[in-house]
Structures are given as structure tokens and as C-alpha cells.
Design a protein around this ligand. Structure first.
Ligand code: URA
Ligand code: SF4
Length: 195
């Protein structure tokens, strides 16, 4: 997942005004990322919703507020993580990004992964997990299962929006955040990781 085609400047330059897919037509803002570009833990969501499109910041709507709360519960600070999405422009009516839209936008995500170079990547929901973890992901079966891919450890979990509809999934979600944090701390300390 890591071709160094971009540095931060060229990434932001190419992203600004991007028209590589039809999602450019209705967006108000391109939503690139929030948090620390030197973070050890990176979260990847699906794509901006209405409030993200309006503000240009990922995960600031209802799902984002819940996400912030649960990060705190896992003793993680959003400001110390890097948070982004598979597609940078809002799909109309919050529909899933179409495969060609995701494919058009993935080079930017690959660049973000390469430039941030996190130790742990958490995929929030099926769409992110599909493009980053496993094409045939079944979140309910595979959530929390760590996979090593190149230099990165990847953990899929639920999308925070799913928890708004299914509060019973919250404990598993928080457990996955805690697992990501513990894995990061182990990697930081140079401890051997046995998957
Ligand atoms: N849902 C996402 O997947 N990403 C956001 O930034 C907001 C909501
Ligand atoms: Fe460009 Fe990605 Fe926006 Fe499509 S979603 S226009 S590829 S930035």
C-alpha cells in the first residue's frame, strides 16, 4: 500500500479541486483528514457526510461525536490519531461510494498511509475494510482480527454510524479500539508481536 508518489505538498495540491470522479460535482468541501500527521494509529472511515462536507473535517457529525466519546473511553485522544476516509468528497444522500469512485480516490489514501506511516490502521466499517483489509470482508465475523500487511497492522471494526443504530455493538467497538491502542503500545516498545 505504500508508493511514495506524493509528498504532503503535492498531495494537497493535487487534491485541491480534484475532479477525478463524479463526487466532485456536489461537494462543498474536500475532506482530507483530521488529527496528527505523525500519528501511530490511523483511522479510515468511508466518506464525508453532510456536516463533514460543510466543515471540511472528518467525523464531526453524529457518528463523529459518538466516535470521539468512544475514543475517550478507550483512553485514546483524537488529536493524537490520524483520521481520514476512503473518499474525500461526500456521496449524495450519504450513499456508499461506488467502486469507481473509491478506486479514483484510493491513490490519495495510499499516499496518506505512506506519508503518515502509522503502525496500526483501524478500518471503520465495511467500505474501508473492503479496500484496505479484505475485499470480501464480513465485519461481524472479522472485526477485531488483526492482519499484518507490509509494515502495517490492520484492524477492521464497525463504523461508528452503525453503533447509532445498534448500541449493542458498542462494547465490541470499544474493545477493538483498546486492542488497537495496546497493539500500538507493544509495537512502540519493540515487543515481539505474535498474531
Ligand atoms: N462517516 C464517515 O465514514 N466519515 C466521516 O468523515 C463521517 C461520517
Ligand atoms: Fe477526487 Fe476523491 Fe473527490 Fe473523487 S472523491 S473528486 S477522486 S477527491
Amino acid at each position: 500500500m505504500a508508493t511514495l508518489k506524493f509528498d504532503w505538498n503535492s498531495l494537497y495540491n493535487e487534491l485541491s479541486g480534484c475532479t477525478k470522479c463524479r463526487l466532485c460535482e456536489q461537494r462543498r468541501n474536500i475532506v482530507i483528514a483530521d488529527g496528527d500527521p505523525h500519528a501511530g494509529i490511523m483511522f479510515i472511515g468511508e466518506g464525508p457526510g453532510r456536516e463533514e462536507d460543510e466543515s471540511g473535517v472528518p467525523f464531526v457529525g453524529a457518528a463523529g461525536r459518538l466516535f470521539n466519546e468512544l475514543l475517550e473511553e478507550a483512553d485514546l485522544d483524537r488529536r493524537n490519531c490520524y483520521i481520514c476516509n476512503v473518499v474525500k468528497c461526500r456521496p449524495p444522500q450519504n450513499r456508499d461510494p461506488l467502486p469507481d469512485e473509491a478506486e479514483a480516490c484510493l491513490p490519495y489514501l495510499r499516499a496518506q498511509v505512506a506519508l503518515v506511516h502509522p503502525k496500526v490502521i483501524v478500518c471503520l466499517g465495511r467500505i474501508a475494510a473492503r479496500y484496505v483489509y479484505d475485499r470480501d470482508i464480513q465485519i461481524s465475523r472479522q472485526r477485531g482480527c488483526v492482519k499484518k500487511a507490509g509494515a502495517f497492522y490492520i484492524i477492521p471494526t464497525y463504523h461508528p454510524a452503525a453503533l447509532l443504530r445498534r448500541a449493542d455493538l458498542t462494547n465490541d467497538f470499544v474493545a477493538d479500539l483498546i486492542a488497537a491502542k495496546k497493539l500500538f503500545e507493544k509495537l512502540e516498545s519493540g515487543e515481539e508481536i505474535l498474531l
